[in-house]
Each structure stands twice: as C-alpha cells, then as structure tokens.
Design a protein around this ligand. Structure first.
Ligand code: SF4
Length: 243
C-alpha cells in the first residue's frame, strides 16, 4: 500500500474512532437510546438505609475525610494511589460532581486537575465563580483501573459518602459533569442530550447536567452547549439568592 493510501486509511479510521467516542459521551454504549429511559443500566436505589457506621456522625468535611480516607469497602481501595475526597468550599452553594478520579487525580489526590481541570476552572470563571468558591468531587473516591466506568457495586459502596458530603455542605444546586455521573446519580440510561433538558432532583437538591470537561477537549463543538448549561445554572443560582 502506498504511503498516501496508508495515510488516507489512517485518517478514515481515526475519524470513525472519534465519531464513536463522541457517541459514547452522549449516549453511552447504547447507540440508539430509548426515548423513555427504559432498560436501566444500574439498579434502582436498593432501599438500603443509610449505613450505620461511625463516619455517619461526622459534622464537618474534614472529620468525614479523616474517617473514610482509608476505605477498603470495594476493590478500588487496593489499587488507588491517593484517596480523592473532593476539594473546595465546605459551605459551597454549588457542588460539581464527576464520576471518578482519573490518573492525574489519583496521583495528586484532588479531583479535576490536569487539562480537564484547567478547562473546568475557565468554565467556572466564565460564570463568575472561582474554583475555591464551589465544591468539586466525584461519585467514586478511588480511581477505577484504566478509567473504566464505575461498576454498580462500587457505586453502591461509595455513594453514601457523597450523600454525607452533601448533607454537610447543604448546596443549593448540583452540577453533574458528564453522562456517567448523571446517569449514575439519577439511575437512568437516558442520553446526555435528554438529561441536559431539565433540572432534576437528587435527594432534594436541584441537579443540572452538562458535558464533562474531558469531552469538551475531545470535541470543542460542545463548548457552546456547555456555555448555555452553565449560564442556566448561574441564572437559577442568582434567582435563588434573590429570593
Ligand atoms: S471507591 Fe469508595 S467504596 Fe471503594 S474503596 Fe474507594 S472510597 Fe471505598
């Protein structure tokens, strides 16, 4: 095969790969998602009560962190480099939630660092928030190997920590970053496009959904809809503050 032919084939394969990555960002592994969100991937909330463990009585984020940072409740505890509790204002009005730490986060023990983190900081600045004004965390506190999606058993073990964080922080609004985070918290398989359409309820807190900053790095065309999402968030926040 000539060099030119090889280059053309490579370009076609590269475009196909990019297309499927973008489809996955929006819809997950279901290329043609159902209209109604039927066929849920994760189980409904099991009805399991809030675990009766010492950390449930923590009154501050620091205290909670100290009590859970050695957690080994799921296999990710054994493979993590650093536990990634979350960072920011312990009394934040806005909490941003991603799915799980990546390689940079696992190494540094802080969520949303690296290029995606820098982009997130810019998104926040665009709506006049500083990173330290909000609270940023993930559903899982430890990195899944090879950045795979969180497994239902891992979410079941780790999500109560998030509930406790929210109970302490008492935010006015949650912003879910990315499809996986939103689908996991809302227990749905609806596409990101559909989830972005409205404000949801998560344990009594209004929850909005937008793209994950890493997805924006892959597809800059999604910056505009993200801008629209965060503008809506800012407007809702300002209206809440004015009441
Ligand atoms: S992911 Fe969550 S449940 Fe699993 S070990 Fe880490 S902190 Fe514990």
């Amino acid at each position: 095969m000539s060099d030119q032919k090889s280059s053309e084939v490579y370009q076609v394969l590269s475009n196909i790969q990019k297309f499927f990555m973008q489809e996955t960002d929006l819809f997950g592994n279901v290329i043609y998602p159902s209209e109604s969100g039927k066929g849920k991937k994760t189980s409904e909330p099991s009805g399991a009560e809030y675990p009766n463990e010492p950390w449930t009585s923590a009154g501050t984020l620091d205290n909670l962190n100290a009590q859970i940072c050695e957690c080994q409740k799921c296999p990710l505890g054994a493979t993590r480099t650093k536990f990634v509790f979350g960072v920011g204002n312990p009394h934040a009005d806005i909490v941003l939630i991603g799915e799980a730490p990546g390689a940079d986060e696992d190494a540094q023990g802080e969520p949303f660092v690296g290029r995606a983190g820098q982009l997130l900081n810019k998104i926040l600045e665009a709506i006049h928030f500083k990173r330290e004004e909000v609270f940023i965390c993930n559903i899982l506190k430890c990195r899944p190997p090879n950045n795979r999606d969180p497994q239902p058993e891992e979410v079941e073990q780790c999500e109560p920590y998030l509930w406790k964080q929210l109970e302490i922080i008492k935010p006015k609004i949650i912003l879910c970053l990315g499809r996986i985070s939103a689908q996991t918290l809302l227990k749905t398989t609806d596409s990101l496009t559909k989830l972005r359409e409205r404000v949801h309820d998560y344990r009594g807190i209004p929850l909005m959904v937008t793209f994950h900053p890493a997805a924006l790095l892959r597809n800059p065309n999604w910056k505009r809809p993200t801008w629209e999402d965060v503008q809506k968030l800012r407007k809702m926040y300002d209206e809440m503050k004015a009441q």
